[in-house]
Design a protein around this ligand. Structure first.
Ligand code: AMP
Length: 217
């Protein structure tokens, strides 16, 4: 399985990737997660990425491509991969195409998680991450009256908001998606790789739709 999960911030790429890796045994490669890790470790790459990330802009292509090249060369990616949050613009998509040609691992499908803007905003403003186990919760879309419960950390997970999920940054991230990432839809449609999945449903339903889009024509 060699796929790209395409979709706006908040479309559910991360959540669905988690389910796909369990079912298919291939790694999820999320450039956002890799960048957050680099920042947490205070590496030079993390430091360089910081300003762009905090303001909702894209990190420099060369940095991201170096990171992806290194990650795809690791042995676990030889069996396949789910790319989440990469590519984010046409230049990255073109570079990815060349890299995968070199690795003799062409993409099989690009799955677009389609979610409308109002819902994206709601999901992003409500998103919280458990500081200890990194599980993602949503205080807006979870059923009312239920306190977020972390299966690993118990009833009192230490939920934090990602700095770039603050309302003032979300607008910028969605703007960047519209201007830079959305053109990838046409790019991959022309390549015959794109399948569109309606992402406006509960997690299990969207997952079933993704599976169908992966296996269907
Ligand atoms: P994400 O978790 O995918 O929403 O990514 C969080 C932030 O990391 C983005 O807003 C960007 O600043 C940066 N980022 C993640 N992936 C990429 C990418 N492929 N290219 C450039 N910047 C990225």
């Amino acid at each position: 399985m060699r796929i790209v999960l395409l979709g706006a911030p908040g479309s559910g790429k991360g959540t669905q990737s988690q389910l796909l890796i369990k079912a298919h045994g291939v790694p999820q490669i999320s450039t956002g997660d890799l960048l957050r890790e680099a920042r947490a470790q205070g590496t030079p790459l993390g430091q360089k990425a910081q300003a762009a990330m905090d303001s909702g802009k894209l990190v420099d292509d060369a940095l991201v491509l170096g990171m992806i090249r290194e990650r795809l060369a690791r042995p676990d990616a030889a069996q396949g991969f789910i790319l989440d949050g990469f590519p984010r613009n046409i230049a990255q998509a073109a570079a990815l195409g060349i890299l995968l040609l070199e690795l003799k691992q062409p993409l099989e499908r690009v799955l677009l998680l389609n979610v409308d803007l109002g819902l994206l905003f709601k999901r992003l403003t409500g998103r919280r991450v458990c500081q200890d186990c990194q599980r993602v919760f949503n205080i807006v879309t979870s059923p009312p009256g239920t306190l977020p419960h972390c299966t690993q950390c118990g009833d009192m997970p230490r939920l934090v908001q990602r700095p770039d999920d603050r309302e003032e940054v979300i607008g910028k991230r969605l703007e960047v998606y519209e201007a830079q990432t959305k053109p990838l839809i046409e790019y991959y449609e022309k390549a015959g790789l794109l399948r569109v999945v309606d992402g406006d449903a509960d997690v299990a339903t969207v997952y079933a739709r993704l599976q169908a889009a992966m296996q269907g024509p």
